[in-house]
Design a protein around this ligand. Structure first.
Ligand code: PNS
Length: 169
């Protein structure tokens, strides 16, 4: 229905944050789904202080740009500090997180509620990736690569080559 006011249309922006170390086909699936729901989707590489990364932030940005950077409305960037601050700075309505299985739920629920406690305007939307990615995690991919397993079905091609080169030296 056409707008009856003179207000400029507001772009519905969401932030999809993550470590993306490395980006997996499951992440790509969630980003594609989210990009169809929002006008603008900011894929934001954050620092998870509990994890020592294999790839630098710049490398992760490069991997994301060459896999999801061309999707309509998708922008790729990094953020430092609290996610809630980044969400406010981006003018986003929501945080998008993928839920692969019930086992993800407890941590994601805790994080969503803490973020909303820190900023009552910070809503989180959960999207389920395709079931064929429900067992794929960056942690497992890094381990399989280190142990010389085949990761080609789980990550985009440029990422597979970069990871194999990085972990096998
Ligand atoms: O892909 P990950 O590792 O699950 O992503 C976690 C991430 C980066 C989204 C999370 O650690 C985060 O939001 N970090 C920013 C710091 C912050 O806001 N911490 C409080 C979260 S309740």
């Amino acid at each position: 229905m056409p707008s009856t006011t003179n207000k400029p249309a507001r772009l519905r922006t969401a932030v999809c944050p993550g470590s993306f170390d490395p980006v997996t086909n499951g992440h790509v699936d969630v980003i594609e789904r989210a990009s169809r729901l929002f006008d603008r989707l900011i894929v934001a590489v954050g620092r998870n202080t509990a994890k020592a990364p294999v790839f630098t932030v710049e490398e992760r940005l490069e991997h994301l740009r060459c896999t999801v950077g061309d999707l309509p409305g998708v922008e790729v960037t990094a953020f430092a500090g609290l996610l809630t601050d980044a969400v406010r700075q981006f003018g986003a309505l929501a945080v998008v997180r993928g839920l692969r299985a019930v086992s993800d739920f407890e941590w994601e629920f805790q994080m969503a509620l803490m973020n909303r406690e820190l900023d009552p305007g910070c809503e989180t939307v959960f999207l389920m990736p395709s079931a064929r990615f429900s067992f794929v995690s960056s942690t497992m991919i890094r381990e399989i690569a280190r142990l010389r397993g085949d990761i080609s079905a789980f990550v985009p091609e440029p990422v597979a080559s970069a990871l194999l080169e990085r972990v096998r030296g």
